[in-house]
Design a protein around this ligand. Sequence first.
Ligand SMILES: Cc1cc2nc3c(=O)[nH]c(=O)nc-3n(C[C@H](O)[C@H](O)[C@H](O)COP(=O)(O)OP(=O)(O)OC[C@H]3O[C@@H](n4cnc5c(N)ncnc54)[C@H](O)[C@@H]3O)c2cc1C
Length: 284
Amino acid sequence: MKLPFIFAKRFVAGEGFSSSLPAAKQLNQARHQLTLDLLGENIHSRTQAEHNVKAYVDVLKGIKQHELLSGISIKLTMLGLDIDVEYCADNLFSIMEYARANDQFVRIDMEGSAYTTLTLDLFKRAHAEYGSQNIGTVIQAMLHRSKEDIAELAGLGADIRLVKGAYKETKKSAYQKMSDIREAFNTYAEILINSTPFPRFGTHDDQLIRGVRSYLADYDIPSSRVEFQMLYGLREQGLTDLNKLGYPTRVYVPFGTDWFPYFSRRLAERKENIWFVISTLFKR
Ligand SMILES: Cc1cc2nc3c(=O)[nH]c(=O)nc-3n(C[C@H](O)[C@H](O)[C@H](O)COP(=O)(O)OP(=O)(O)OC[C@H]3O[C@@H](n4cnc5c(N)ncnc54)[C@H](O)[C@@H]3O)c2cc1C
């Protein structure tokens, strides 16, 4: 049974690009840049992968047409990573050709740890071709392997969004305790600040935001050197406050009909989010 969209409305801007436009424009007007994310996950047919390539390019076209201050996020499993890696690479490069020709930015979101190596390998190939002006990726602080990944990507000067990690991972591959995840996040944040031109921090966690801010203050690094990113529907006032303090800010705006997995992750993350959803149902 498919839940009606009203349930997801708190976290998902719309079921299509056009219906998400009013929210996107309002956020740009509030001085936040955007990352538009066409929702969807693992696909297993080439027809679906090719449909997704076109759909991502259409989002890039829509951003240009409507003059939105926005990049896009993509998921490699939507481009056929489960079918064949070279096929997925071709699909990624088709999107990147369009992005480069139109001076647009594409970030490869990070999925569960089964995909980390493949994702980073494809990212590095694309980065070698398109550079940090057109492509970036994500590192999850919770994964043990991120210590090495951060060092390598920082060495490349890559454009990285650092997050805690949204997928359920085993003890063997990831920290389970919030205090350990936060400690790793703080360490990687410092590495990114020192080695990359413009690190991005995707978090709603005040402890982590305070950590980044005090590190910048301690070393006299201007607030314009980092970006704070939050998810659509969460803590917009907090992000606006950061913007007013001079930090570049960005909202990750998911949209599309395939919203259920994303929506479930938001509910699993924080019990308060369940109350947000319930309250949305009564605020039509
Ligand atoms: C822009 C962005 C992009 C992301 N991209 C990816 C990705 O590619 N791959 C991936 O695995 N994950 C991604 N994530 C998800 C991320 O990994 C975390 O799962 C998610 O952000 C929850 O962790 P948190 O640090 O925001 O705070 P949480 O761990 O959820 O919360 C920690 C504390 O922060 C405060 N807080 C959190 N939310 C709120 C709120 N709504 N209101 C008030 N206080 C709050 C509370 O004090 C809370 O106890 C992304 C997140 C963001 C923001």
